[in-house]
Design a protein around this ligand. Structure first.
Ligand SMILES: [Zn+2]
Length: 168
């Protein structure tokens, strides 16, 4: 994990990301990148909660990478997503893990809410592995709704979303 937050922030800025003002005392970091706005929260005990999207970016930082993170660099999808999308689609089909609707390929035209993401069933922030067995395709919107829920809560959410859809 990132130990030197100031060095991480400086690196984010060098890579084109925008550091935004925190909106509450519980926000340790709020940053806008090509993959959206990511927020690191801390709890009363000082424990930090990192969203998966930012964990992926932090991995690049820890590896000494120099990616283009600018919010306008929308064509630069993460190589992780490009690699995983065809593999996950071949394994599970192109349905979103949550809502079951079609998830477009990284380079296809799409509405921002329906952008493809790689969902970690057990969040990386909770010690989940980045292994294929822990990953699924999901819309950005659905992935955001799930946030940092536990695996059990995610499966409950998936059932609810599919029920709601079938009830329409
Ligand atoms: Zn979905």
């Amino acid at each position: 994990m990132v130990r030197d937050l100031e060095a991480f922030k400086a690196w984010l800025i060098r890579c084109g990301a925008e550091i935004l003002a925190p909106t509450s005392m519980w926000e340790v970091l709020r940053v806008r990148t090509f993959s959206g706005v990511h927020v690191v929260h801390r709890n009363r005990k000082g424990r930090q909660r990192w969203p998966d999207g930012l964990v992926e970016i932090a991995d690049l930082f820890l590896d000494g990478g120099n990616p283009a993170l600018s919010p306008t660099a929308r064509t630069r999808r993460s190589s992780h997503l490009r690699q995983r999308y065809p593999v996950l689609r071949a394994r599970d089909g192109a349905g979103c893990f949550y809502c079951g609707s079609f998830v477009p390929a990284p380079d296809d035209a799409y509405l921002p809410d329906y952008e493809p993401t790689v969902e970690h069933l057990v969040p990386i922030a909770h010690g989940g592995p980045n292994h294929l067995s822990n990953t699924f395709l999901a819309h950005k919107r659905c992935n955001n709704i799930a946030g940092n829920l536990s695996a059990v809560e995610k499966i409950t959410l998936r059932e609810k979303m599919r029920e709601a859809k079938n009830g329409q």
